[in-house]
Design a protein around this ligand. Structure first.
Ligand code: PEP
Ligand code: MN
Length: 349
């Protein structure tokens, strides 16, 4: 870290800071300028910056960390190799494209099985669907809960598609882990650190949505919570952030794809459904995401969007979903990637 002293900091204040650094086991290197003294300290400063709290010392202007605040999920840690998250033989990352599709919420057995078959027939890699739904209004449909998980289990048995489903709190952990091949942590829970630690300990692959007001650095620190528990299998998902623009439900931060991939070894997928909020925008946004280098997509589909209990306006029709996928597959091809589990290639390719 670099400790920048205030103009006019006394010799005693400088010495005191140096002594504190030495006591913490790092060697201080002072550079004395005409006006300001800067003390450099080489070493892993991730814990030191917070634990020393040198900014609170008299005479200190600012402390500048040198290392990124996250470590295990950074590109530096793995020397440039990507994490490939493998789910029931389907890989996400390093050229293998994860296409996840399904309803926003599990509503009925028939609705979910229809969506599951449409996803499978179109060549999707995994099935999504929430049994527990985080809704803004307490009067809105909250999900079927445990019976919804049973329907997802049946959908996997019928189609063979791995299940991605959301975990909202620790009370649901065992039930969700019993069904989920990938546990989704939603935008509203991205900084629920207890939940992140638990899914880290569970060792299950995690789909970690970006929060609607979360910086990329904060999002990566959330992923670091999971990785620190010994679970590197995190798929990051950009799903739009809050901006001043009301024309779409959120603003899809396409730049988050290349930026996050340059900072982290984790696969990054995009959810154009929640970013757009409107069906017609989802294809162009999905195309852009694939072209920007996304490692996958997660999209909502429904057999009768006009009757959906949750997110109908953004649901793609199951009937024409194969055409939608055919369009996206062309761009996946151009990017030199292959949809994981796509019928045209062996599972696990
Ligand atoms: C969802 O995927 O259904 C969902 C609620 O997404 P988000 O957490 O991104 O809002
Ligand atoms: Mn939804």
């Amino acid at each position: 870290m670099m400790v920048i002293m205030q103009q006019g900091a006394t010799e005693e204040q400088i010495r005191h800071v140096m002594e504190r650094l030495e006591a913490a086991g790092v060697k201080p290197h002072p550079s004395r300028g005409e006006f300001v003294t800067v003390i450099g300290a080489i070493g892993d400063d991730r814990e030191l910056v917070a634990s020393l709290a040198l900014e609170a010392e008299p005479g200190v202007e600012k402390v500048v960390p040198i290392l990124k605040p996250y470590k295990l999920v950074s590109t530096d840690f793995r020397g440039g190799t990507d994490v490939v998250v493998e789910v029931a033989g389907r890989k996400v990352g390093n050229g293998s494209f994860g296409l996840i599709a399904g309803p926003c919420a599990v509503e009925t057995r028939e609705q979910t099985l229809t969506a599951a078959h449409a996803a499978k027939d179109a060549g999707a890699s995994m099935l999504r669907g929430g049994a527990y739904k985080p809704r803004t209004s307490p009067y809105a449909f909250q999900g079927l809960g445990a019976p919804g998980l049973d329907i997802l289990r049946e959908a996997r048995e019928e189609t063979g598609l791995p299940i991605v489903t959301e975990l909202m709190n620790l009370r649901q952990l065992d039930d969700v882990l019993d069904v989920a091949d990938v546990v989704q942590i939603g935008a509203r829970n991205v900084q629920n650190f207890d939940l992140l630690r638990e899914v880290g300990q569970a060792g299950v692959p995690v789909l970690l949505k970006r929060g609607m007001a979360t910086t990329i650095e904060e999002w990566l620190l959330s992923a670091e919570y999971v990785a620190r528990e010994g679970n590197p299998n995190v798929i990051l998902c950009e799903r739009g952030i809050r901006t001043f623009e009301p024309a779409t439900r959120a603003t899809l931060d396409i730049s988050a794809v290349p930026v996050t991939k340059s900072l982290s070894s984790l696969p990054v997928i995009v959810d154009p459904s929640h970013a757009a909020g409107k069906r017609d925008y989802i294809l162009p946004m999905a195309r852009a995401a694939v072209a920007a280098g996304a490692d996958g997509l997660i999209v909502e589909i429904h057999p009768a969007p006009e009757h959906a209990l949750c997110d109908g306006p953004q649901a793609l029709h199951t009937e024409t979903f194969d055409e939608w996928v055919a369009d996206i597959r062309r761009i996946v091809d151009v990017m030199g990637k292959v949809i994981a589990g796509d019928g045209s290639v062996p599972v696990g390719a």
